[in-house]
Ligand binder design. Sequence first.
Ligand SMILES: Cc1cc2nc3c(=O)[nH]c(=O)nc-3n(C[C@H](O)[C@H](O)[C@H](O)COP(=O)(O)OP(=O)(O)OC[C@H]3O[C@@H](n4cnc5c(N)ncnc54)[C@H](O)[C@@H]3O)c2cc1C
Length: 453
Amino acid sequence: MTEENHFTRRRFLQFSGLGLAGAASGAKATSALQDSSQDGGMPPAFAKLLREASLPRAKGARVVVVGGGWSGLTVAKYLKRHNPAFDVLLIDKHPSFVSFPLSNSWLADQIHLDFLSHSFFDAADNHGYHFLEATVLGCDRDARKVYTDVGYIAYDYLVLAPGIDYDYARIGVDDPEQQELLFQHYPGGFVTASELLTIKHKIQSFKGGTFLLNVPNGDYRCTAAPYERACMIAAVFKKRRVRGKVLLLDMNTGIKIKKNGFHRAFDELYKDYIEYLPSSEISGVNLDSKTLSTAFDEYAFDDAIIYPPIRASRLIEETGIANPKSPQQAANTDPFRYHVVGDEHVYVTGDSRGQPFSKGGHTAHSEGRYVAEVIAGHALGKEVAWRSPQTMCFSSVEIDPLQAMSIITYYTYNKQTKLFDFDRTHMIEDWDLQGGQASLAWAEGMFRDLFYR
Ligand SMILES: Cc1cc2nc3c(=O)[nH]c(=O)nc-3n(C[C@H](O)[C@H](O)[C@H](O)COP(=O)(O)OP(=O)(O)OC[C@H]3O[C@@H](n4cnc5c(N)ncnc54)[C@H](O)[C@@H]3O)c2cc1C
């Protein structure tokens, strides 16, 4: 057994409250797991976790896909398309899907929540796979088992697509209690749907003053979204004649994407509403005084959306497959075939991936189609040639009617530098009605593909 597996089992025991005594020694923890699997004296709720989950018997090789976001949904659908004999199980800890793409337009009342919300059961039913609402806790790659809060599940292939987590320590907030409070009161709106509901309420009830937003540094989820969100919030304030401003603190030296377009939107549409400050490296947040500090200044706010830098989902680290060299603890995977280095039965896709592709839903979708083909090919002993994911991103800047800019790009691998570069980028920085309509048509097409026949 590898050290990684010891770690996973140990964490599992800690989670179940059984491993505290054995946690100091991997060997002890492992034997505690074996003993406890007999259920002797264990509270029933914990014993359940160590039993096999109650599921219909797999009718073919079982592929477990963890995470029903843009990535996991795509992989699950296209695995069945490429190999109908696979028994595909999609697991998500939430009961239904809410789209982040287009959520900024919802914040500005340009679409209904119904447009963004979809059922995992519809997706599973229409595409011939199973859906299980459960939280994945870890895995044992030697035994090919994935552990969940409803029991373990044996797999032939495992795809991990659990997305991202916030990294509050990188804005100087180290204390877990403070992190929790910051998340609850000033959510970034980039990880869970319930954050979006809080943000919408904040925007609707804002009476005036300073509404602070920030752009994180490093590779963060959806490069354009924080700038787009600033425009959408400013548009709402302008429409409602709120006496307030959006203070946009950018932890980068300048706007990272669609730079001319966003600068023009800030100047032409929201001159009286958006104050944009680049090179604003956040070093702390004081919740009591409602102030945020950077190296040189302190900013008071009346309300805020604080988007800290991000890391790959903690599940990647906790399953022992994070790349120690990755600043975001992303998975240590083969850059072309997506499997964990040394294990062709475990794959990582979507925003937890190790490759530096743009963290976007469209990227995850085109990549997911390819990875499904790779896994189906592996089962049949067939090689699938690498193809680049495609990134496509619309950014709305004006409302009533919705108007948007867009970008589309691919990636190429530079054999000399051994790095991926952008390839064939096409950017439209003049927003218009057609862009707004195209954003809606794009999302509708994606939802149709992922959820309906
Ligand atoms: C405001 C905003 C606007 C955006 N706009 C665009 C856009 O215009 N175009 C675009 O292409 N992209 C956009 N994106 C980015 C896009 O949403 C993400 O890149 C995409 O969601 C990544 O997909 P994913 O499947 O990797 O992760 P996610 O969509 O986050 O899915 C991960 C899933 O895993 C589940 N999960 C996590 N841990 C566990 C566990 N332990 N057990 C069970 N389930 C688990 C979660 O519940 C979640 O459903 C935007 C994002 C935001 C926030």
